[in-house]
Design a protein around this ligand. Structure first.
Ligand code: FES
Length: 276
């Protein structure tokens, strides 16, 4: 069993942080990589990109949003309990290099994935400008942590309850107008990554996005995670999860992510009824 040693709820309980004992993974993992976790024998395999690792303590940190049956089950796990299986680190790590100025754009729980990459870009000697956003102030996560690894931090909320009233893409345009930027990393909901990539394409700035398609084995065998990048089929689990945002077919990814929405809703409702 992979024991939970720290557990926090964020965003009013819709987002949960688990720090988990997994010493072998903690020692090997690099920013941008993910794990696949299973709560129990019959549980679903869920891919989650690591928000942090501590090789000395031998722990990894995962932050997930409760969106369906499996994540609702994860939320019931307390400190001292744990996950039956965790495999990883999987996927390719982020290529961290000095590009001069890097802009990190995060939305929702994508900010958790962005955080170690932002830190890595800072450690590589870049000036790092970060832009993070959420629908509302009370569901914004990791503001202090992102501030600590950025030279400049901009916060946006859709409802104007905190920071810039509007989308991260509006602030991104202003930042690109004022700075010579070598790289943009955008991680968050698919529409956000799509529009970040659209903007940066106009400015001619290299852009990385981290994709979250449906995954099963996570090792390149099932084809479930296929995405189209530059007209070619790629497997997000072994070729990604990061890709050139200017080449990703975001519309196809959106359709594929919606394929099991109805079944997922039904499973979640059944789980909630059983728990009630
Ligand atoms: S998850 Fe099966 S090929 Fe990627």
């Amino acid at each position: 069993m992979f024991k939970i040693v720290r557990r926090e709820e964020m965003s009013g309980g819709t987002v949960v942080l688990n720090e988990i004992e997994a010493p072998l993974i903690a020692r090997k993992a690099k920013p941008g990589q993910f794990v696949i976790i299973k709560a129990n024998e019959t549980g679903e395999r869920v891919p989650l990109t690591m928000a942090d690792t501590d090789p000395v303590k031998g722990t990894i940190t995962l932050i997930y949003m409760v969106v369906g049956k499996s994540t609702a089950l994860f939320k019931t796990l307390k400190v001292g309990e744990g996950y039956q299986d965790i495999i990883g680190p999987l996927g390719k790590p982020t290529h961290l290099e000095n590009v001069g100025t890097a802009v990190c754009v995060g939305g929702g729980t994508g900010i958790a994935v962005l955080h170690p990459i932002t830190r890595g870009l800072k450690q590589a000697g870049n000036k790092v400008i970060s832009i993070i956003g959420a629908r509302s102030k009370n569901i914004l996560i990791l503001e202090d942590q992102m501030r600590a690894v950025s030279d400049e931090l901009h916060v946006c909320t859709d409802d104007g309850s905190y920071g810039h009233h509007g989308f991260v893409t509006e602030v991104l345009k202003t930042v690109l107008d004022k700075n010579k930027v070598g790289l943009v990393v955008g991680i968050g909901p698919v529409p956000m990554m799509k529009f970040v990539s659209k903007i940066t394409k106009d400015y001619g700035v290299k852009t990385l996005v981290s994709l979250n398609p449906i995954m099963i084995d996570g090792t390149g065998m099932c084809g479930g995670c296929r995405v189209t990048v530059g007209g070619k089929t790629q497997f997000a689990c072994v070729d990604g999860p990061e890709f050139d945002g200017h080449l990703v077919d975001f519309d196809e990814l959106t359709l594929r992510l919606q394929a099991y929405c109805e079944d997922e809703k039904e499973c979640y409702n059944n789980f909630c009824t059983l728990k009630a």
